[in-house]
Design a protein around this ligand. Structure first.
Ligand SMILES: [Zn+2]
Length: 504
């Protein structure tokens, strides 16, 4: 099973932009307009601002089937965000999580984001995140009359990016490519999308000056680079050579001569091209300048939040489990407070827990700010395996850590079980003057009283011999607030849980 999954993953990432796979971005004219404005901004900009970090809020929309199944694994998003930040970090553009993942249950958006219902779902959900780049992760994209599978696209009309979930992972370039479109970049082979270069049709040397869609074809000698193809002069001519490169080896099979009989030297490893297998992809200085200018333009004011994201590195070696110890059998099955040390620079944690023998049934919890998780829904006596993935809104590079096991206990904390109430009761409730009384029907030597807040954190603890009758407890700890608390009384015979409201 494990092996099969691995093979499938390799296939999905190795096929990027290879034959039959392509990008569905179509310029409705507005991208060209923005790019022209960005070029003008670059030319007229008096001071270079290249050393300034640009922080880009991004919202990931996880699209599932209507029954909630089939969505992308959140870990692939965290992996890809780290990857995107590697790709864009060299020129000081950094993406950060605008907020929590947004889940959308919709069969139509899941399989046909370009259809009427899909588009209306996109519009509704984009509105919820007006200050972010909105990126939708779907299962399938209808390809219409295209030559194969659309991997992703940027739509200028909706100003959103849509990507197949299979294209998210450490080796895929699709996200970095589509975000290039978001920031006004065109394909270096602009105009050749639907009708890639074919020597039998277009000649070698080239015999045409415009593509079948009427776009000016770029010369090698740079005399028309400002108005041809992608309008940028440091991306050399490309007539969509990548999509038909049979070896997928990141090499143009030449020589191919342009209209002036100059030999074409293309740039295979450009993020905005379609060449496969290049290893390191790059944006050119003009592409970078255009993207930065686009971000800084007034059209992108909604992205200028002023937020400086948390991007300091998290050291995986700072992960230490506090509770439960590896392989420990815990006391309860419905009150297990997983606890680990705070990790420097981590502001969020993902906890992944599954029955030890069924990793496919993992449940994921996303926690803000605290380094523990109270579980109240485990199965009596069952063995569990759990991982923690620390991250922050702009640092998602650390993989899941841990992989420790524990066995759920045989006891219930039994908050709804009132059968033992006659044995032990607590009053007054609410407390007054920080005092509670335990009325016990028997005496219990060496008992423990633990007081937990409602998020499962231990607030106070007493060791005492409970006598038959009234026992007084002074709640003097400064940690108490006006709130509900769980009081856990552990005796040798039985464990009791009671709720009290602490009033000051
Ligand atoms: Zn594209």
């Amino acid at each position: 099973m494990k092996k099969l999954l691995f093979v499938a993953f390799l296939f999905s990432t190795l096929n990027i932009f290879s034959q039959g796979f392509y990008c569905g971005t179509v310029d409705d004219g507005s991208m060209r307009k923005r790019l022209e404005q960005n070029k003008k901004a670059i030319r007229t900009s008096l001071e270079s601002r290249d050393d300034e970090w640009l922080f880009i809020p991004i919202e990931f929309h996880i699209v599932t089937k209507s029954d909630g199944s089939g969505g992308i694994d959140e870990n692939q998003i965290l992996d890809e965000l780290a990857h995107m930040n590697e790709n864009y970090g060299g020129f000081k553009m950094k993406f950060y999580l605008a907020s929590d993942f947004n889940y959308i249950k919709s069969n139509s958006l899941y399989s046909d984001p370009g259809g009427t219902f899909g588009v209306s779902k996109i519009k509704v959900n984009k509105k919820k995140f007006p200050n972010a780049v909105n990126l939708f992760l779907v299962n399938d994209i209808g390809s219409g009359s295209g030559p194969g599978q659309v991997l992703g696209y940027y739509t200028p009309a909706l100003d959103v990016v849509v990507i197949r979930k299979s294209q998210f992972g450490v080796n895929a370039q699709t996200a970095s490519h589509e975000l290039g479109h978001f920031f006004s970049l065109k394909h270096p082979f602009y105009g050749w999308e639907e009708d890639p270069y074919d020597p039998a049709k277009h000649g070698n040397p080239l015999t045409v000056l415009k593509t079948s869609t009427g776009v000016v074809i770029e010369f090698m000698n740079k005399t028309n680079c400002d108005v041809a193809a992608d309008l940028l002069c440091d991306t050399p001519p490309d007539y969509n050579f990548g999509i038909s490169d049979p070896e997928r080896d990141c090499k143009l099979n030449g020589p191919i001569l342009d209209y002036n009989h100059d030999t074409i030297v293309t740039m295979e490893n450009n993020y905005m091209g379609y060449f496969f297998g290049c290893g390191d992809y790059e944006f050119t200085p003009m592409q970078i300048a255009a993207m930065r200018a686009d971000f800084l333009s007034s059209a992108r004011n909604f992205l200028h939040t002023g937020i400086v994201p948390d991007s300091a590195a998290i050291d995986p070696s700072t992960f230490h489990v506090v509770y439960p110890a590896n392989k420990e059998k815990v006391e309860y099955y419905d009150y297990v407070d997983l606890d680990w040390d705070d990790m420097p620079n981590a502001t969020k944690y993902e906890v992944i827990i599954s029955p030890a023998s069924q990793p496919q049934n993992a449940v994921k919890y996303f926690i803000d700010g605290q380094s523990h998780l109270l579980l109240t829904n485990l199965v009596k006596g069952k063995k569990y395996k759990w991982y923690v993935r620390p991250f922050s809104n702009a640092y998602t590079n650390v993989p899941k850590l841990g992989g420790y096991t524990f066995r759920a206990g045989d006891w219930t904390i039994g908050t709804d079980d009132l059968s033992d109430v006659t044995e032990l009761s607590l009053y007054p409730n609410p407390t007054s003057d920080g005092v509670i009384y335990i009325n016990s029907s028997k005496s219990f030597d060496n008992s423990t009283v633990e007081i937990y807040n409602m998020s499962g954190k231990l607030v106070d603890k007493f060791q005492m011999d409970l006598t038959k009758g009234i026992n007084k407890l002074n709640l003097t700890h400064s940690n108490y607030h006006n709130a509900m608390y769980n009081v856990l009384i552990k005796t040798k015979e039985h464990n009791y849980i009671r709720k009290v409201f602490y009033g000051k």
